[in-house]
Design a binder for this molecule. Structure first.
Ligand SMILES: [Zn+2]
Length: 490
């Protein structure tokens, strides 16, 4: 109840002496050190008056404090109902207004003019505003005196009070209708995710709500960012459509996701209208579905390690499943299979897996850098010697004699200076469609026909042929067509 009432901000001023015992200590900070609890104001003045020669100074201080007090303190009334203390309330008029409200509500519920018979008395007081309460407690007390018929149904969601209504049945019907939204003939349970409680209690008039107001709050949605787990058959555009988002909205929430390459189980961030109250339902479903096939691997010593071949393709079976399917606001979250009756058995897939050791000189399919150095010219069109020309590789400058390594395993198909601008150069055929060129070398460490492994030293950096300094021109051809080395280098 207390949380509902507006609480005055704490003011750091001397506490009123009379009321100090009721006040929480944390809200007080005494700025006048000589004030002690237990002293009433007149008592305080009296003692100081008798205190001795410092009387004038003390009295002056006390008088000025009194001036401050009368300014800070405001008149109010101490209210009691049939002798029961109701605390301090700002004015008698406020109490009378509260009594009117209680009588009006009681009359409406009871169906006749109800008049409170309690004896309410008022004592004028002077107190800080923060000591003065609203009439909420008084109203609740009076309803309690009238009896059970005055109780309301207070709706609380996750500890937050949403308001009280007179009609308990209407409130419970409203909550049921929200739960009903996600139910069908297969639903075996439906609960709110939030903690939703309805308490019968006496509530002050200020907490009373029309059922329509409560309904409006419960039916409101908020747009929230939630996780979406990619499922079989999902596409980026399909997910956007399903969640009523545009492709650009979905992309903006998932900047690092390759939209053409979604995997089952990937987690996307999506925005979704989340209802004020979320409903978790469980449906018991019986349906026909696929049965996954198993995969059996068979070693094959005539194939290289890492290579494999499907010899018997797998075929899915079919079965009748019975499962409990869990939904959150109608969106499937989980599926627990209770039983399955197989209609057709799946066919196990058989895969042969190579066990023969792969020769080191076979291409791995992944290049390494042939040497460390400074990139002095990139791949593509460049401006050189006063005109534009096409540069078929990349130039890596390094000191004379630096070792050049094979970018991948393969067979040396050129190792000489044949008078072209490349000077002394090596070409390796990786026997997977790729060839790599290492040019302008000072010396060669391999000969035509040699098989080399990835990383093997094959030449040294120099400046032979059409070259203006020590560097290695590294070029890649795919099916004998020059391609960008950047597509292959790590
Ligand atoms: Zn070059």
């Amino acid at each position: 109840m207390d949380e509902l009432l507006p609480r005055p901000k704490s003011v750091y001023l001397p506490a009123p002496v009379r009321a100090r015992e009721q006040a929480p200590a944390a809200h007080r900070r005494l700025t006048l050190p000589q004030w002690r609890s237990g002293l009433t104001l007149p008592n305080f003045l009296e003692r100081r008056t008798k205190a001795g020669p410092a009387i004038f100074l003390t009295l002056a201080l006390a008088v000025s404090s009194t001036a401050v007090l009368t300014h800070l303190y405001s008149p109010c009334v101490q209210v009691s109902v049939d002798g029961v203390d109701m605390g301090l309330i700002q004015s008698q008029a406020m109490v009378e207004a509260a009594v009117d409200r209680v009588e009006a509500r009681a009359s409406r519920i009871l169906g006749y003019d109800y008049v409170l018979e309690q004896n309410i008395s008022y004592q004028p007081r002077l107190a800080l505003r923060e000591e003065q309460a609203t009439t909420a407690n008084l109203e609740t007390y009076l309803f309690d005196q009238i009896g059970e018929v005055m109780q309301t149904s207070m709706l609380t969601v996750n500890g937050q009070s949403l308001g009280a209504v007179d009609d308990a049945d209407a409130l419970s019907a409203l909550l049921d209708s929200i739960l009903q939204r996600y139910q069908n003939e297969h639903t075996i349970s439906a609960v709110f995710v939030e903690s939703v409680t309805v308490n019968r209690q006496y509530s002050p008039t200020a907490d009373l709500r029309e059922l329509s107001e409560i309904e409006e709050v419960l039916n409101s949605n908020s747009l929230e960012q939630v996780d979406y787990i990619v499922q079989s058959g999902d596409t980026f555009s399909g997910i956007a459509y399903k969640l009523d988002m545009s492709m650009s909205e979905l992309k903006a929430l998932n900047p690092d996701v390759d939209i053409d390459w979604l995997h089952i189980g990937d987690v996307l961030t999506v925005s979704q209208a989340v209802p004020f109250l979320s409903v978790r339902t469980v449906d018991n479903l019986t349906y026909e579905g696929p049965v996954e096939y198993e995969v059996q691997t068979v070693p094959n010593d005539s194939m290289y390690e890492g290579d494999s071949k499907v010899v018997v393709p797998g075929v899915e079976g079919t079965a009748i499943y019975n499962a409990d399917v869990i939904y959150l606001n109608g969106v499937e979250q989980d599926r627990m299979v209770n039983s399955m009756d197989v209609l057709t058995e799946p066919v196990t897939q058989v895969v042969e897996v190579g066990t023969k050791e792969r020769p080191r000189t076979m291409a791995t399919g992944k290049f390494q850098w042939p040497l460390r150095g400074t990139l002095t010219s990139g791949y593509g069109t460049r401006y050189i010697f006063g005109s534009y020309s096409f540069h078929g590789g990349i130039d890596i400058a390094a000191p004379y004699g630096t070792i050049i390594a094979a970018a991948d395993g393969g067979k040396v198909i050129h190792a000489s200076n044949d008078g072209t601008g490349f000077g002394l150069y090596v070409v390796i055929d990786h026997e997977n469609g790729l060839k790599s060129y290492y040019c302008h070398c000072s010396s060669l460490l391999v000969r035509v026909g040699d098989r080399v492994y990835k990383g093997q030293s094959i030449a040294r950096v120099g400046s032979t042929g059409n070259s203006t300094g020590n560097h290695c021109h590294f070029q890649v051809k795919r099916n004998d067509v020059t391609v960008s080395p950047w597509n292959y280098l790590p």
